[in-house]
Design a binder for this molecule. Sequence first.
Ligand SMILES: Nc1ncnc2c1ncn2[C@@H]1O[C@H](COP(=O)(O)OP(=O)(O)O)[C@@H](O)[C@H]1O
Ligand SMILES: [Mg+2]
Length: 318
Amino acid sequence: MNIIERAMLGRSPLPREELASVPAGDAPAPRSLDSMIERAAVIAKPEPSRVNPPKRTQHSTVLDFDRLRAMGMLVPDARRSQIKEEYRHIKRPLLMNAAGKGATLAEHANLIMVTSSRPGEGKTFTACNLALSIAAERDRTVLLVDADVIKPSLAKTLGFEAGRGLVDLLIDEQIELADVLVDTNVPSLTVLPAGSAHHLSTELLASENMRKLAVEMSNRYSDRIIVIDSPPLLVTTEASVLATLAGQIVMVVEASRTHQSQVQEALALLDSNQIVGFVLNKAQRVLGADYYGYGYGYGYGYGYGYGYGADQREGTEE
Ligand SMILES: Nc1ncnc2c1ncn2[C@@H]1O[C@H](COP(=O)(O)OP(=O)(O)O)[C@@H](O)[C@H]1O
Ligand SMILES: [Mg+2]
């Protein structure tokens, strides 16, 4: 049994519909009631016009949806896709928790940190898709923050040239949040890029300024979801300090590459009371009828109840 299975078995049983994993590449869209409902909802409620998005910041960019789609990413159009379906399952418990309707009440639950144990597992991919998926919801606004100051790649992934951002905000008190935000042609999605390279950039993540900024973002925009693309937990200690600021953690695990001991080590760096959900990324398995009988049966699950008690973190079964 792997760590994810064990962690989840320690909680209340997971409803089948909350299990999801993100396959690498294209896969046929599953037939399910949820996907039909999603389709019906899109027809019933046309998405807001992308023409002339309101200018709230000094910067804006136009995301190239065809390019994002070609990268296997989620785009906010009316088309049905496997990735949209996957992310509906991923975002649902996060949104419930953010609205205070989840099984767990967490402070700053609208601050969602996307992390992993190692680089390259798909944090940026997941953070972007999650943000795009949430932004497609009616009455939801999303701020997508690149806090992976070690290897910033949010702007590049989304396809725009970033200027100043988080690091500049943390080192220069003259700069305000609105000065460095980038609006997009998804009206409800705003991006905060990582900003300038700085020799103390990782230290800045654990700074008092970062804490104040996180509280400001969470409180000032309490109806907004803030998705934070973060450094890997096992690479820098500042990532776990950053994690203490977030109300919810999404732990990306690269299917078949990440060692269970690495996941366990990363989990041990998090506060045991934190809400932690898993995304099993680049899985070969697709969401379908048989959740349990293929490879990592429990690809993805949310921490119903509380995070991981010390007892659940002990011992590795590989
Ligand atoms: N589910 C997926 N399907 C296809 N490509 C993926 C998937 N997840 C990640 N990738 C690709 O893998 C590479 C590493 O992902 P990335 O999100 O940059 O990792 P990290 O941010 O954790 O370092 C990127 O090229 C990304 O586009
Ligand atoms: Mg990244």
